[in-house]
Design a binder for this molecule. Structure first.
Ligand SMILES: Cc1cc2nc3c(=O)[nH]c(=O)nc-3n(C[C@H](O)[C@H](O)[C@H](O)COP(=O)(O)OP(=O)(O)OC[C@H]3O[C@@H](n4cnc5c(N)ncnc54)[C@H](O)[C@@H]3O)c2cc1C
Length: 501
């Protein structure tokens, strides 16, 4: 019990985003109760891919070995047309700027199990399965959640904040009257996961199959698992289309009935939506409750993990009284434009992929051949918030993560705090009191440039960089005056910063 509250945070929905929230809250010492209406992990896989950024965010939970066992770095992706001509071929899964492979595939229930194991070890964190949130309302200074357990028993829980990660159909979002903005056209797809044995499948790990007679996707997962997705067409019989014979037919023999054992087939509506508001008082929407995208770039879950990585350290600073509650406004201003970028990219890719008219398909093919970079969009910076804005091009961008000489990754050295990586000459010119405060305080790890982190400053072409706990760049500085200005953004500094003359 925190004061009159049962916990600092109640997390509604124990899907991958909710469980990531519980893990990150617990790691920072906040107390949290998660409620999940299902009794166990949802057995059907949805997400199959995440990127190096998502891996890095989960790295902070100390589960990298388990994640490495659960995931498979991707090697290659291509886009092909009806004639099976390769329009673009992209190497993927390289060991990238995040110090992890850029693209990895996995079986979502396996990933969720790893996340649930992580929260089992945290004190102050509890996930109550078989418990449904029936109602949620803001109360003075907090939130009240009415829950009902599987025996029908009703309870009232109170917390300072709620994270509603209750999925695309979010009842919390609906109960708050928050509408979603629609992007692109909705389309129904059959999604098939299963084991493929003694049959080659596609050579590349991910294939956008732009067949205008039947758009489809292919993804190779860890072990013998593969995923194929097929667009439903007018006239398809929804019962017949999921039979082994139909899957062999629509996969053009890539998933032969004799070699492919389906674990599950489901029909999903692929759609793009962004909730118009992500916050109502002390209730925050996150994950699919806030945004949904067609799975073309495999960014839906990645976006949900980014939401949590963005929100949790802010809740922590506010809870500890280091920052004013106004900091929490930056969750939506920073995350929403970023999520919108990926929804728009995915919708655009889905439009390309879902082209059924042969003439339009020819034009599409010509466009892709001429614009191969469209196949690999680059993540934008955060929207306006706690960073240097447009003052410099790195502000709000995800920072690279160098691997240090002893094999340790930068974030392990930094921990959960802000990181200040600074050229020693620039740093030694800063006010003595300020330096003392920086080095003795709780909020920042100061790393004076060493050979090991020099690469970071070189990559950013700067003399000092301030990195937030969610590993985004707050700002960079090249001169004493810029350094002084940059440092003022740091929460918890008790003195005005002044630069030595
Ligand atoms: C076919 C397909 C492929 C995809 N591929 C990818 C991919 O490759 N990469 C990627 O990043 N993303 C992908 N996605 C998207 C990804 O699966 C989702 O973004 C992700 O699962 C969202 O997680 P979430 O925790 O926000 O929501 P969910 O996983 O939907 O979890 C919500 C949870 O809340 C629970 N819940 C709901 N209401 C209540 C309530 N009132 N009380 C208590 N509990 C409640 C539900 O039972 C559920 O467990 C794909 C999606 C689909 C459909």
């Amino acid at each position: 019990m925190t004061g009159t509250f049962d916990a600092d945070v109640i997390v509604i929905g124990g899907g991958p985003v909710g469980v990531t929230a519980l893990a990150m809250l617990g790691q920072r010492g906040l107390t949290a109760i998660g409620v999940e209406k299902s009794s166990d992990v949802w057995p059907t896989a949805r997400a199959v891919h995440f990127d190096g950024e998502a891996f890095r965010m989960l790295q902070s939970l100390g589960i990298t070995e388990k994640l490495a066992d659960t995931t498979r770095p991707m090697n290659s992706m291509h886009i092909q047309n009806e004639a099976q001509e390769i329009l673009v071929s992209v190497p993927t899964g390289r060991f990238g700027t995040q110090a992890w492979p850029d693209d990895l595939t996995f079986h979502q229930p396996d990933l969720e199990r790893v996340l649930r194991e992580a929260i089992a070890e945290l004190t102050g964190i509890e996930l109550r399965c078989g418990v449904t949130a029936e109602g949620v309302r803001n109360i003075p200074g907090g939130v009240e959640v009415t829950t009902i357990d599987r025996d029908g028993a009703e309870r009232i829980l109170r917390s300072r904040w709620v994270i509603a990660s209750d999925g695309a159909r979010s009842s919390v979002r609906r109960s708050l009257g928050i509408e979603g903005d629609k992007f692109g056209d909705d389309a129904d797809w059959v999604v098939v996961d299963g084991h493929l044995k003694d049959s080659p499948g596609y050579e590349d790990d991910m294939v956008f199959i732009c067949h205008h007679t039947r758009p489809a996707m292919w993804v190779r997962l860890p072990g013998t698992r593969v995923r194929m997705e097929f667009m439903l067409l007018d006239g398809d019989d929804r019962d017949e289309i999921v039979t082994p014979e139909a899957i062999e037919r629509i996969s053009r023999g890539v998933l032969p009935a004799a070699n492919f054992t389906a674990e599950r087939q489901a029909i999903y509506t692929f759609r793009g939506r962004i909730a118009q508001r992500w916050r109502e008082g002390n209730i925050f929407l996150a994950g699919d409750a806030a945004h949904q995208a067609p799975p073309c770039f495999g960014q839906g879950l990645c976006a949900g993990i980014r939401d949590i990585a963005n929100l949790v350290w802010k809740l922590d600073l506010v809870k500890r009284g280091v920052e004013d509650v106004a900091l929490l406004d930056t969750y939506e201003t920073e995350r929403k434009p970023h999520a919108r970028f990926w929804v728009e990219q995915a919708v655009k890719a889905a439009d390309f992929l879902q082209t059924l008219d042969p003439e339009a398909a020819r034009r599409r093919d010509a466009f892709i051949r001429a614009n191969p970079a469209e196949a690999a969009p680059v993540s934008p910076p955060l929207g306006p918030g706690l960073h240097d804005g447009e003052a410099n091009p790195w502000a709000g961008q995800l920072s690279p993560q160098p691997i240090l000489a002893d094999g340790v990754r930068l974030d392990e050295l930094v921990g959960l705090r802000f990181a200040l990586v600074v050229d020693p000459e620039l740093y030694s010119g800063a006010d003595v009191d300020l330096r003392q405060q920086l080095e003795s305080g709780e909020e920042v790890t100061v790393i004076r440039q060493t050979a090991e982190v020099a690469s970071l400053l070189e990559d950013l072409d700067t003399r000092a960089v301030l990195i937030r706990p969610d590993r985004h760049v707050l700002g960079v500085a090249d001169s004493p005056a810029e350094f002084d200005r940059l440092i003022r953004h740091l929460p918890g500094l008790a003195v005005e910063t002044v630069q030595n003359a």
